[in-house]
Design a protein around this ligand. Structure first.
Ligand SMILES: [Zn+2]
Length: 223
């Protein structure tokens, strides 16, 4: 079918058929960029993990445990093209900024954990940049995605121990434009933390480049 016609028919179908929640696949949703109230409620009321500490990043705040609806949501965010689903986390992020002591510390710059450029190109976006953009607006601090670079593609971290992950990541990140970050307090942002190896590796690259401090923020933490 001609792509234009196909697109038009899909748009018509969107108008005529009630949209279904991408997480549970059962309930109708009010608009295409939302979840059903059951799934959204599960995310809003999810369990909050304790702070994580690594060698180079003394405090990492994660909003929710990576489980249930949160887990499905983050996968949907990453592997579908519906970037605006990130807005489901707006309320939660703003809640933490208003209520949590973590945000009483000064933050000069926000830096998202980068993807390797071939992965970025393939996916079309970096989910960490989406999260960093919300934080940037809420904290009135710039988010800079050109400071940290993933210079080498690495094997999937799934199933690896913390030691193996650190080895796998060694030398795979670099910092550029380091004059911009000298003596700055950095908030490093990723979508999910598992062992903390990625944030720790990025944190040590930033510290070596001369930043004052690095703290971390993720949407979710693997229990
Ligand atoms: Zn749902």
């Amino acid at each position: 079918m001609i792509p234009f016609l196909q697109k038009t028919l899909y748009s018509l179908a969107d108008l005529l058929l009630p949209a279904i929640c991408p997480l549970c696949g059962k309930n109708n949703i009010p608009h295409p960029e939302s979840l059903c109230s059951t799934c959204e409620g599960e995310i809003l009321l999810g369990r909050v993990p304790p702070l994580t500490r690594t060698d180079s990043v003394p405090e990492i705040l994660s909003c929710r445990f990576y489980e249930g609806a949160v887990r499905k949501y983050i996968k949907e965010l990453k592997y579908s093209e519906r970037h605006t689903l990130i807005n489901v986390f707006n309320k939660i992020i703003y809640y933490f900024i208003e209520k949590d002591e973590f945000f009483s510390h000064k933050i000069d710059l926000i830096i998202p954990v980068p993807l390797h450029r071939t992965k970025h190109k393939k996916r079309g976006f970096n989910q960490s940049e989406l999260i960093a953009a919300i934080l940037s607006q809420a904290l009135n601090a710039p988010s800079l995605s050109y400071i940290l670079l993933k210079t080498r593609r690495t094997h999937s971290q799934a199933g690896l121990s913390r030691e193996k992950r650190i080895k796998n990541l060694a030398g795979s990140f670099a910092a550029g434009n380091i004059e911009t970050i000298k003596n700055k307090s950095i908030l490093l942002v990723d979508d999910v933390i598992t062992t903390g190896a990625t944030l720790d590796t990025c944190g040590s690259v930033l510290l070596r480049a001369g930043v004052r401090s690095v703290r971390g923020f993720t949407l979710a933490k693997v229990a």
